[in-house]
Design a protein around this ligand. Sequence first.
Ligand code: BG6
Length: 510
Amino acid sequence: MSEGDNPLVHPDDLRLPRMSGPCGVVMFGITGDLARKKLLPAIYDLANRGLLHPSFALTGFARRDWGKQAFVSFVEKQVREHARTPFNQATFDQLAHGMRFVAGSFGDASAYDRLAQTVRELDESYGTGGNHAFYLSIPPHWFGPVCENLAASGLARDRAGAPTWRRAVIEKPFGHNLASAKELNATVQKVFPEDSIFRIDHYLGKETVQNIMALRFSNTILEPLWSANYVDHVQITMAETMGIGSRAGYYDGIGAARDVIQNHLLQLLALTAMEEPASLDAADLRAEKEKVLSAVRLPANLGEHTARGRYGPGRQAGRQVVGYTDEEGVEPDSTTETYAALRLDIANRRWAGVPFYLRTGKRLGKRVTEIALVFKASGHQPFPMPFTSEQDRNALVIRIQPDEGITLRFGSKVPGTTHQIRDVTMDFDYGEAFTENSPEAYERLILDVLRGEPPLFPRQREVELSWEILDPVLAFWEKQGPPEEYRPGLWGPDSADLMLAHDGRTWRIP
Ligand code: BG6
């Protein structure tokens, strides 16, 4: 069978729900960590779940001396190591049929002519139909040259008058401050119109993150509680146990706030705090997120209400680990933080006086991401001390990962002859409630790119608003010298606890 024949294409396939149409992905940065561990496995998993059109093509572009077979073997290795669904030879063979490899460096114009030829060949003989996504899983300083070369070789444009599409998929960091984010965006927008740019924030692809909207807007019991009337404060935590591993090249000079708060945590805040959108369409959803992000206010005293730290050497999970500055590739005079926390307020009627505390860090006590709404104490407590000594504030905890679900914490009478009250929890657990399993975030996001569904992709204004929030904090920290050291396996620097103590509160231990 020649490479052009594709026996599995069948018109009935188009009737499958949420399946991609005929199209191709051209991936830049194919040998990078993200592509190997997440993107290639996610593409395979989509294929394995029957969600990719049989004419789906995957083209790798990299500075490797590879032919098609070497590329296919490379992809197979990543899929076998990292895919979620079991390896299925027939699925992989079908996918491999549509794989191509173009050798070249990002700045080499002639390589893009070869790429254009490959893409044309796919359109003409493999059925990709002129639809292509260019996935830029590469350092941001390459966005400009790659986009310009795509434009120069005619790859970025749809064929005139043809009902086809060209999309650019970009991975963070979207700049390192507001000014660079705008510059970066201008570079990409010179070539791709805004509605063809898909900015990936993989948190938005997570099932539990999508459930925030379902929880808030498809139920009646929570809405009355979801405001300053009942909520005392909100804690958004993203904690990791791992260090930076081999990512110093990316991480050093970036740090926890830019890596995670600018995108993932501010998106979680937006979804938690925004008003109900008029519809689930991208325009309505993004408008609500932008509205609430524009209402975010920084604390007056950044010294008291922010904290940053970096992990020192120590023991974690029974083994010795090096401190951040001893990690391979970290600059000796680095002032990069691996822990960041800050208080944000939201200047609107719903949230007036309700602080949102955001924190993230590496080498902390536990891998966990959660959003905890901690409720106010009741104005009157008929059960006197010591009966309530074992009771804390009521809380609703949205458990984003890894133990996905929702917990409601409230006090209950301890069985016995006294009025002792103790905290108990009511839990919803994804694993117990659903037999369906959650797809990897990247599966959902890649499929949405291929289907042209933009709600889960932040638009440029959201990115800019996030930098507007973060820039003053980063500028303040820059003047403070190196971050405070914290012990691995615990919950960050002392200043983080102090930050909440100033407000008479404490962090939850998840
Ligand atoms: C990435 C950050 O966006 O998210 C990493 O760059 C971090 O530093 C990762 O480790 C965490 O993702 P997840 O899905 O494991 O919470």
